[in-house]
Design a protein around this ligand. Structure first.
Ligand SMILES: Cc1cc2nc3c(=O)[nH]c(=O)nc-3n(C[C@H](O)[C@H](O)[C@H](O)COP(=O)(O)O)c2cc1C
Length: 332
């Protein structure tokens, strides 16, 4: 049975996006944006800020479990923070070994740890030892830092450290987010380890999913930018696997989702600046999934007042031309 995971995406997939995308359907669980652990055991409010779902059984409103993701370099400190997150209700801990950010990597966290598989081993082992046995610990890696030389060693280190699950973004740190993703390496990792594995990278369409599945041999997939560009991508994939016709979102449906997002952000007390920024960011990313998003982005990019933004989105939502549920993915 295919498993689909909504990717952690810092500055993009906040808890309201998790709420909205998990309600559209197709996903099996979500992961928080990374919480960067560098010097201290965080107080509870930090965990609640990144993962407000901790107040509701650590599930999204539609019932999907949310794993808490930690990133850092100090095994003991990561362990302490992981144990506290679990005390607060996290159903699992994911450890980030893939972040390419310069500031993060300068301080020896994220993807830079991939230069030495021992790093991964010690961190996973410490986190595993710090949380109760029934709580799964997982890790998310890339294929390497500058090259792919250590891709198997890093995967094995995660397994030997005691993780229950591994997610692999099929690119090195240096490859950033540039296509292609090297799904063929995933098959080799899958054969080298015995813990279950999730494939990640460059799945934008059902056809990408099918190719990634066939090349990697995986049954679990993490969707990042593809699910932002096309919010019903996970539902389409699940329908494809079930041999059913998916109920496809029209551009009008997508605009309805964005309008709900504004309401939810306002409910959370965020500033208008934040709300407008998030909407523009999302619409910009939707240009890869929905043809009308390009015009919409041009129309809204200079709007600052949220009321004006809402008016424009409402106008388009109610435009009959955008209510057709024809296939909106330009690439398909
Ligand atoms: C804006 C942005 C923020 C991200 N933040 C995180 C993060 O907090 N934790 C993490 O493990 N990966 C993070 N990633 C990586 C994604 O989870 C995913 O591995 C990557 O986007 C490749 O998948 P995709 O091709 O489906 O987007 C981020 C990616 C982007 C583009």
């Amino acid at each position: 049975m295919t498993q689909l995971v909504l990717a952690p995406m810092e500055g993009l997939v906040d808890w309201r996006v998790r709420q909205l995308l998990s309600a559209v359907g197709g996903f099996d669980h979500c992961v928080t944006e990374f919480i960067r652990v560098s010097q201290t055991l965080f107080p509870a409010h930090v965990f609640y800020r990144y993962c407000p779902e901790l107040h509701q059984g650590c599930k999204t409103a539609s019932g999907l479990p949310v794993l808490v993701q930690l990133m850092g370099h100090d095994p003991e400190l990561l362990g302490e923070n992981a144990a506290f997150a679990v005390e607060l209700g996290a159903p699992g801990i994911d450890i980030n070994f893939g972040c390419p950010s310069k500031t993060v990597n300068k301080r020896e966290a994220g993807a830079s740890l991939l230069k030495c598989p021992e790093n991964l081993y010690h961190i996973v082992k410490a986190v595993r030892a710090a949380v109760p046995d029934h709580i799964p610990v997982s890790a998310k890696i890339r294929l390497g830092y500058a090259d792919k030389e250590l891709f198997l060693e890093n995967a094995r280190a995660v397994e030997e450290g005691g993780a229950q699950h591994l997610t692999v973004h099929a690119r090195t740190k240096m490859e950033g987010y540039k296509p292609p993703a090297h799904w063929e390496y995933l098959a080799r990792i899958r054969e080298a380890i015995s813990i279950p594995m999730t494939a990640n990278g460059e799945i934008w369409t059902v056809e990408d999913y099918r190719r990634c599945r066939d090349i990697s041999g995986c049954t679990s997939f993490m969707l990042g930018r593809g699910a932002i560009a096309c919010p019903d991508l996970a539902a389409r994939i699940k329908a494809f696997e079930a041999g059913q016709e998916p109920v496809k979102q029209s551009w009008s449906d997508v605009l309805g989702l964005l309008l709900t997002y504004i309401d939810l952000l306002a409910q959370d007390g965020t500033t208008e600046n934040h709300q407008a920024g998030r909407i523009k960011q999302w619409v910009a990313l939707m240009r890869k999934g929905h043809a009308p998003a390009a015009q919409c982005f041009d129309d809204i990019k200079r709007i600052r007042a949220v009321s004006e933004l809402q008016e424009k989105l409402q106008q388009d939502r109610d435009n009959p031309a955008y209510q057709r549920t024809e296939d909106p993915i330009a690439a398909e």
